[in-house]
Ligand binder design. Structure first.
Ligand code: FPP
Length: 250
């Protein structure tokens, strides 16, 4: 297969890709621009990547847009990121709808201003019948916080200790009903998970690239897909030539 041809795709395409969109600040700094210019360029890029995901037949895309730790950034930047979310909903919702995107939110809405909270809920409701691409926006999201929230709700629901299973916990997470990510991409050269999908990513393949998020284009995504297609997923088992994965070895 000629991988240098931009029209070529690998046969094995992940169902669910999750992305840590890192490097906006450094992208801006390298150009002598304020950090928010990096976030705006990152948002522009998002549009291109959503289109590419639809074209490539990816069914679920999860984006880490604002973490529970991001509240610690300067107020101006926190407000700027909230403003970006609001603008995306105000300006892009109809286009996302027309593209067949179903928007979902993962994380807690409680710390957001009521007007923004209402906008997010409206966008989720407006697109709920779309199914071309399920787009999970992780906003005020943290993997540990998600597990804490799930445990609290399990207890509130009176679930008994012996009823707690792997599958039940998954149903209590913000991502209930969404298959675990096959591939998690982190841009900008950082090699950490940063509290992103820590339960769901237990067996995900990771792809790291030094490219800053605003420059991570369709071609870079295609490269990541080829890299993913070469990986052998073992889920803690071994690949036996005639039987597929088995659980005899880690
Ligand atoms: C990490 O780069 C990026 C973020 C914390 C924000 C990501 C948000 C967007 C791309 C906007 C999209 C928003 C929505 C609502 C969908 P960084 O600022 O940590 O970069 P640095 O490590 O180079 O400083």
């Amino acid at each position: 297969m000629d991988q240098t041809d931009p029209a070529t795709l690998p046969e094995k395409i992940p169902t669910h890709i999750a992305i840590i969109m890192d490097g906006n600040g450094r992208w801006a700094l390298a150009r002598g621009l304020p950090r928010m210019a990096g976030h705006r360029a990152g948002t522009e890029n998002l549009r291109r990547i959503i289109e590419a995901c639809i074209e490539f037949g990816i069914q679920y895309l999860t984006l880490y847009a604002f973490s529970t730790e991001n509240w610690g950034r300067p107020l101006e930047e926190v407000q700027g990121l909230m403003g970006i979310l609001e603008n995306v909903i105000d300006r892009e919702l109809q286009q996302l709808y027309d593209q067949g995107v179903q928007l979902r939110h993962i994380g807690r809405l409680d710390r957001l201003k009521p007007a923004l909270r209402r906008k997010v809920l409206y966008a989720v409701d407006y697109t709920r019948n779309n199914d071309r691409l399920i787009l999970n926006v992780a906003f005020n999201y943290g993997g540990r916080d998600e597990i804490v929230c799930a445990v609290q709700r399990l207890i509130q629901d009176g679930v008994k200790a012996e009823e707690v299973t792997d599958q039940l916990i998954s149903r209590y997470l913000f991502t209930a009903g969404v298959p675990d990510p096959d591939l998690i991409i982190r841009t900008s050269g950082e090699l950490r998970g940063s509290n992103f999908l820590i339960w769901q990513g237990a067996y995900s393949e990771w792809y790291f690239t030094p490219t800053y998020w605003p420059d991570f284009d369709k071609e870079e995504l295609r490269k990541a897909l080829f890299e993913y297609s070469r990986r052998e997923r073992r889920y803690g088992g071994v690949i036996s030539k005639d039987k597929g994965p088995s659980s005899h070895a880690g």
